[in-house]
Design a protein around this ligand. Sequence first.
Ligand SMILES: Cc1cc2nc3c(=O)[nH]c(=O)nc-3n(C[C@H](O)[C@H](O)[C@H](O)COP(=O)(O)OP(=O)(O)OC[C@H]3O[C@@H](n4cnc5c(N)ncnc54)[C@H](O)[C@@H]3O)c2cc1C
Length: 387
Amino acid sequence: MTQIELSEGARRWQRVAREYADDYLLPHEVEAELNDGQLPAALTARNKARAIELGFPRIDVPRDSGGLGLSMEEQAAIWEQLGRITNALSWCFSEPQSWMFEACNADQIERYVLPLMRGERKDCYAITEAGPGSDVASIEATAVPEGDGYRLNGEKWYVTSGNLADFFWFQAKLADEDDEALFLVDRDTPGIEVIANPRFSHTYAAHHPTFAFRDVYVPAAQRVGNPGDGMAYTHSWFRHERLMIGARSCGAAARLIEEALEFVRTREVDGTPLAEKQAIQFMLADSVTELYTARLATYDAARALDRGEDLKVQHSRCSMVKLYVSEMANRVADRAVQIFGGRGYMRENVAERFFRELRVDRIWEGTSEIQRLIIARCLLKRGLEAM
Ligand SMILES: Cc1cc2nc3c(=O)[nH]c(=O)nc-3n(C[C@H](O)[C@H](O)[C@H](O)COP(=O)(O)OP(=O)(O)OC[C@H]3O[C@@H](n4cnc5c(N)ncnc54)[C@H](O)[C@@H]3O)c2cc1C
């Protein structure tokens, strides 16, 4: 890891998460890779229990709701360490986010959000649709008022953890208001069907199925937030996730550099260790330089969120972090594969796995192009001073 200054709390959480990642998750990556992303149920249960014991599901939960209310800097320190692990083995616990406690009423918090924190329920996020894609504001799923509730219709693509979750955060257009709204929808509500379960480049236990919602009836009590909230909470989710993609990508890049370093010190070609060859040194130098820059940006953005700076500016800063750091990690993974040579193309090798896994960080939670649009709009509207 490159050395940058972190608060004492962030350093403490960094150590906790590093130990957890190294002891509980890292030894099982290859086993998961070669077994369709699955670990034996007992191992997954053990990893989840330990994560709950350490408090990971409570890190973004406000203290008055039984959480730890950690700063974003501390949370980034945790996710950076968990990002060192492949095959999404760190997704063994659910992590309710602070905005859920603003958005949801007391009953929704009791039935959905707190059970997430206790590891009793699992959620998934259903926003993306085949037609609008990146243009999230144009989603076509509808919520039509009916009696004391809503009738939901739509098709949602790429619903991560849709095979494991027992409820959805479902975004739809309201038929009677010029607005969107978020709904909590139980998985077993009649009218919900998996219509495809495509395979993706990574090997994860969590799949990304396509769901059809056909005349799904939910009581009005399942609507999240108030009229006029629109996409506000989905934007809160995006900011949080984009920053944490930055943190995880830093962790992934650090792991790749560490593993490559170990390799070049021992692997001899032509009678000399790879470490002595300038072409190899340059790849390592570029990687560590970019990682240093990426970590500075990630933690600076986290601290700005902690200071509660202007939300619109924070939004674009989280986009900058996501854009730069995810692309940086992809470059580092590409170099790491090259440094390992043929070994770097084997699925048992961490560089090969990250080479595939990190690619989606340039796509989900808004593609790199969409992040650029957000950043450019903020720059044009507010000027360089604000950025
Ligand atoms: C593995 C995986 C898991 C996912 N998990 C979830 C999930 O849990 N929940 C969920 O709701 N979604 C999820 N997504 C969806 C993801 O957020 C979208 O794939 C992403 O936002 C891009 O949308 P799209 O795939 O429709 O691409 P498109 O919108 O079709 O974009 C295609 C290309 O055009 C570019 N493009 C689009 N618009 C513009 C523009 N205005 N200017 C310039 N270029 C543009 C894009 O950057 C991209 O390069 C997941 C996706 C994947 C691959």
